[in-house]
Write a protein that binds this ligand. Structure first.
Ligand code: NDP
Length: 243
């Protein structure tokens, strides 16, 4: 994509599928050394490992659940041992469900908040000793956080929380030269199956008349990770094709 991240040490949570996978591959292709994580092992994980082995740089794919404090600690210990420092942290791991608010179980509220929001708190707090002047934190939010959508009250609450976390951390960490931003995707086509009707409906809502792709989100993450964005912090960049 024309941006060089050569030598940068990068952590991306949830890189085995979807947007995270696209971000991992784009950052690695831009020259970064990347460590990423997942929860469930499968052929898709082996395939990612194979692709990264053929991509210059030092890359690591580890099993770690960022929805738990223990998982985050293990992941950051791996990053510290392998890289010794981090220049970029991308909080991407996320989960969603579609449940009417009246029936939303407390456990599901916690699962979605833990993975989408608390994980970012734990990862950034744990990564602080590894982050130096010029480091960039990118949180993957969601366009619906500021719009709202039925059946996803827990998810939008978490993603709106991400924006507040980003704003405050930008102000608290700016003095150390650490930037903190959010990328808010619109509807992105991933491995998840969407019906033709849903695809057509969402395509029609965008100015660009298509769904986003993981590499579209990766473009914004690359920019925010790079020195080109050296004066950008506390910002939310919508990458939604103009919804
Ligand atoms: P996917 O479900 O396709 O992929 C999620 C990735 O995160 C997988 O690699 C998954 O690994 C990993 N992951 C999930 N939970 C955990 C966890 N607790 N610990 C470690 N890894 C975990 O999601 P998307 O690519 O669609 O979404 C990525 C991010 O983008 C999320 O934050 C999501 O909210 C946001 N987003 C997505 C949009 C879209 O249209 N796709 C729109 C707006 C925002 P595993 O399979 O092993 O659990």
């Amino acid at each position: 994509m024309g941006i060089s991240l050569t030598g940068k040490k990068v952590l991306v949570t949830g890189g085995s599928r979807g947007i995270g996978r696209g971000v991992v591959l784009a950052l690695a292709e831009a020259g970064a050394d990347v460590i990423t994580c997942y929860r469930e092992h499968g052929e898709h994980v082996d395939e990612l490992v194979r692709i990264l082995a053929d991509t210059p740089g030092e890359h690591h794919v580890v099993r770690a659940d960022v929805g738990t404090a223990e998982g985050v600690t293990a992941l950051l210990e791996e990053a510290r041992t392998r890289f010794g420092r981090l220049d970029v942290v991308v909080n991407n791991a996320g989960v969603i469900s579609h449940i009417p608010f009246a029936e939303l179980p407390l456990a599901e509220w916690h699962r979605v908040l833990d993975t989408n929001l608390t994980a970012s708190f734990l990862v950034v707090q744990g990564a602080l000793p590894l982050l130096g002047d010029g480091a960039s934190i990118v949180n993957i939010g969601s366009r619906v956080a500021t719009v709202g959508i039925p059946l996803r009250s827990h998810y939008t609450a978490a993603k709106a929380g991400t924006v507040g976390l980003t704003r405050s951390l930008a102000k608290e960490l700016g003095g150390r030269g650490i930037r903190v931003n959010t990328v808010a995707p619109g509807v992105i086509a991933t491995e998840k199956e969407l019906s033709p009707e849903i695809i057509a409906r969402y395509e029609g809502m965008t100015a660009l008349r298509r769904l986003g792709r993981p590499e579209d989100i990766a473009g914004a993450v690359l920019y925010l990770s790079s020195d080109l964005a050296r004066y950008v912090t506390g910002e939310t960049i919508n990458v939604d094709g103009g919804i």
